[in-house]
Design a protein around this ligand. Structure first.
Ligand code: SF4
Ligand code: SF4
Length: 330
């Protein structure tokens, strides 16, 4: 009997999700014995034609990591959607936008100006920028278009399942592949991780106060941390209450606050807003100068509360940047 065909593809991301597949270690041998990997450009010399030549839905599943920023990423997402029975948003960038989506704080023009002109390390006196098409000496060079904003995978194509995390843990990947092979998948649209808040699996849970009272927000590199006490109780912004479990509370286990990479549970529409409202409502300060002093402990609110989820959030993009994007599709 023919083995299920599987694909992996990498869009706007750091590559950590690809490494997470390799982190399956010897378990990857069982995966490769059970499936035919027919497209995985980062690992082997696959070409786009290897996919275009397949009939529609020929792939049982494709795991796409990374957000969508360029025309090429959008084209590949649409192509792989057509060729796959199941499309899985693999990791925080594909699911929610991830770190690349923090670029949605800035307009496309601001990003290009900084990268090709204004950054102190740039030497570019002629102010050359990449062009979508360049004709030179009878030859034509084309490059993907850099789109206005970063989008999540499901803002471009229909997604069947989501594997959360930056990156997803080997345990979750193994469970997802197992469910796929055994035909034991949950309803479409499910996030393949426990639907409970991270605090539920945190070893510090017993020390989490019922009522929080913040007089200051502290940053982890500036204060000595108690290795057992709830990090919120120590005045740190730990995203545990607004974040889905499934990683085994890796960061609090390493004496660092959770930064939210597993995204929200199904009961939370906007992870950043939930965390922001619960923290600010627990602030002792009431007058504006006092409030501003306390909030100075969170110097990068977007990067703190929307570190992995700006594109998929209610905010989605800086409205000034959106205005600069004019009539082009967001
Ligand atoms: S340390 Fe963070 S994850 Fe753990 S119980 Fe406290 S708030 Fe929740
Ligand atoms: S503790 Fe939070 S940031 Fe760390 S791996 Fe788990 S979900 Fe991600």
């Amino acid at each position: 009997m023919a083995k299920p065909k599987i694909g992996f593809y990498w869009c706007a991301s750091c590559g950590g999700c690809e490494e997470a597949v390799v982190d399956l270690a010897e378990d990857i041998l069982a995966v490769t014995a059970a499936v035919d990997i027919v497209f995985w450009p980062v690992a082997m010399d696959y070409k786009k034609a290897d996919v275009t030549s397949l009939p529609d839905q020929a792939l049982t599943a494709t795991f796409i990591n990374g957000a969508i920023r360029t025309s090429e990423q959008e084209e590949m997402a649409r192509l792989l959607r057509a060729k796959s029975r199941y499309l899985i948003a693999f990791g925080a960038c594909a699911q929610l936008g991830g770190i690349p989506a923090l670029a949605n704080e800035f307009s496309r023009e601001a990003i290009l100006s900084w990268v090709y002109q204004d950054a102190p390390t740039v030497v570019n006196p002629e102010r050359v920028r990449p062009a979508v098409r360049t004709d030179d000496d009878g030859r034509t060079l084309t490059l993907p278009e850099f789109r206005n904003v970063v989008r999540t995978l499901n803002q471009v194509v229909e997604v069947d399942y989501y594997l959360p995390g930056c990156p997803p843990t080997p345990k979750l990947i193994k469970a997802a592949v197992g469910a796929l092979l055994e035909g034991k998948l949950p309803p479409r649209g499910t996030v393949l991780a426990p639907d409970v808040a991270l605090c539920e699996e945190c070893p510090r849970k017993k020390t989490k106060p019922q009522d929080l009272h913040f007089t200051a927000f502290k940053r982890p590199h500036l204060v000595p941390l108690d290795p057992e006490l709830c990090l919120l109780a120590q005045g740190l912004v730990c995203m545990g209450p607004a974040t889905r479990g499934g990683c085994g509370a890796l960061c609090p286990g390493a004496n660092m606050p959770c930064t939210g990479c597993f995204g929200p549970t199904s009961r939370v529409r906007d992870q950043g807003a939930k965390m922001l409202s619960s923290l600010t409502s627990a602030m002792e300060a009431k007058e504006v100068p006092e409030v501003e002093k306390v909030l100075a402990g969170i110097p990068d609110p977007v990067g703190t509360f929307y570190r992995y989820g700006l594109a998929g959030s209610l905010l989605r993009v800086n409205t000034t940047a959106a205005a600069a994007a004019s009539k082009e599709a967001l």
